[in-house]
Ligand binder design. Structure first.
Ligand code: AMP
Length: 213
């Protein structure tokens, strides 16, 4: 099954994609994670992407499309995969659809993680992440036990550069302007399902399971 997770930043797509991906054996393909890996590796792509990401804007369509098409062509994706944070524009969605048609494949479901903007702001401005293992934290809801030290690996817990309030607001605007039109795109294709992503993660996971059943 090929599933698209759609929704604003901070709606919990990544958390749920990891969880359900492990259960079903579907690789979790996150363009945000791929771009951050390129930044850590210090590649030319990473250097270019970092400036764009720090402003809360979108990396060019052809760049992310190239990353995704390369990744989903690998054998571990043969039984399906989850797209998290991709597509983010109509151009990306059309490019993906064209490439899938060429392989006699198609998107099975697009799942909208619905959550209001003020909740996104609260979630993202308090979000922290381990710089070594990527474990997620939140200053209010799930802080590390010992200051800024990761509970799992002892690494440094930090704030993502693009989780500053000004950048969060820019990312939300970009979401409404450029990504939200995909809701209609998938609705017209009768692929869209919506879930209430402001519930506790366990509840969201239950709702997701029943949608994918
Ligand atoms: P995320 O981790 O999904 O919130 O993505 C972090 C940042 O990476 C975004 O704000 C964009 O700058 C960039 N990015 C991730 N995915 C895409 C995409 N599909 N298209 C363009 N830019 C992206």
């Amino acid at each position: 099954m090929i599933v698209v997770f759609l929704g604003p930043p901070g709606s919990g797509k990544g958390t749920q994609a990891k969880r359900i991906g492990q259960q079903r054996g579907w690789p979790h393909l996150s363009t945000g994670d791929m771009l951050r890996a390129a930044i850590t590796a210090g590649s030319e792509l990473g250097l270019k992407a970092k400036a764009v990401m720090d402003r809360g804007e979108l990396v060019p369509d052809q760049v992310v499309l190239g990353l995704i098409l390369d990744r989903c062509g690998r054998p571990d994706c043969n039984n399906g995969f989850i797209l998290d944070g991709f597509p983010r524009t109509i151009v990306q969605a059309e490019g993906l659809d064209r490439a899938l048609v060429g392989k006699k494949l198609e998107i099975d479901r697009a799942i909208l993680f619905d959550v209001p903007d003020d909740e996104v702001e609260e979630r993202l401005s308090g979000r922290r992440v381990c710089s070594q293992c990527g474990a997620p934290y939140h200053v209010k809801f799930s802080p590390p036990k010992a200051g800024r030290i990761c509970d799992s690996c002892g690494g440094q817990v930090v704030q993502r550069d693009d989780d500053q309030l000004g950048v969060i607001r820019k990312r939300l605007k970009v979401y409404h302007d450029q990504t939200a039109p995909l809701i209609e795109y998938y609705r017209k294709k009768k692929k869209l399902k919506t879930l209430d992503a402001s519930q506790l993660p366990e509840k969201v996971a239950d709702e997701l399971l029943s949608i994918l059943r």
